[in-house]
Design a protein around this ligand. Sequence first.
Ligand code: PMP
Length: 409
Amino acid sequence: MLTEEILNIEKIRADFPILSRKVNGHPLIYFDNAATSQTPKQVVDAIVNYYEFHNSNVHRGVHQISQEATDMIENARDIIKEHFNAKKREEIIFTKGTTEGINLIANGFSAILQKGDEIIISALEHHSNIVPWQILCEKTGAKLKVIPITQEGKLDMAAFEKLFSNKTKLVFVAHVSNALGTINPVKEIIAKAHQHGAAVLLDGAQATPHMKVDLQQLDADFYVASAHKMYGPTGIGMLYGKEEWLNKLPPYQAGGEMIDQVTLEKSTYAPLPHKFEAGTPNICGAIAFGEAINYINNIGLDNIAAYEEELLKYATEKLQEIEGLKIYGTSANKAAVISFNIESLHPYDIGSIIDKLGIAVRTGHHCTQPIMDYYQIPGTVRASFAFYNTKKEIDNFVKAVKRAKTMLL
Ligand code: PMP
């Protein structure tokens, strides 16, 4: 068992000044990590250092500072490549985040898909993983098929196998569900899809903060993630694509940085990764993303996963003591996310009351309306934990939820 003392959570918490502030007169308890995680001082320092001493445009300048900025952003690419064990650094593309990565792939496939081709997604997806495929299908005449879910909030794998046909071109699933926390059996999904000749894109937005992801071992064709859920800044993320796939897809945006030769008649494109990085990139964001990954690796993702699992187990047991409380998403294989409702109480009302006590949780449909439709509920209260959270915070949270229940019922 990994206790708070062994991980030295108090020392870790000191890296996050926001955790010592008060909200509505109470010490902040931040349980909205699945939406955006907090940023440690080390990452903020990297941002300040960049703007104070190295701010310059990249890849073009002959001068010293431009070369420093270029080295720093390319070093961040290397950190990401190593962290996710991609085969080549050229396979890592900087994006604005998960949503942009998905749109980049959907745009690329619009040049590849034919009328009647099929894409499989799941009923567990975030809206940003549903809408781009609906638009792609409208554009190309391709068909969207959906893996159903079970009451526990798991993918129905027997139904999944039956969705394949010789027209299946792409399978797209979340590695971890943001609304329910379910960890999907992605290795099995990838193996099945490859047997049928389909490519696989995984949405790693909720997996990457909590577990080690080895892209070569997974054999995913594409993988996307956002830095702001990995203790980095907003507005930056990454897309991984196997080199052969990225070479096949057309550019997403056009402009500076992504070209090789331009004449007024015709242009040729830069090699990977710059083919997909038109315009001045989020240089500082990328550098800070690399620093966030260094920070996580200093604690160790295995330690993080083990400690968060302990928090999840503890919070689940404590919450279940509340009469009338129902947890949605009960897979044994789950990340540190708990979605729940209490009898007929509206999640928003519970969230608002506990906010007055300094507790930040998410309420609503969590951009997953199809999941809420499946359970026939308007939304849930979602508490999502990070390695800087503690059992004492969970105790206070449970106390606050009990108080909200008493006030509202
Ligand atoms: N997919 C999942 C599973 C998510 O949780 C989120 C963010 N809530 C997204 C995609 C979208 O991420 P971003 O807003 O960073 O692009």
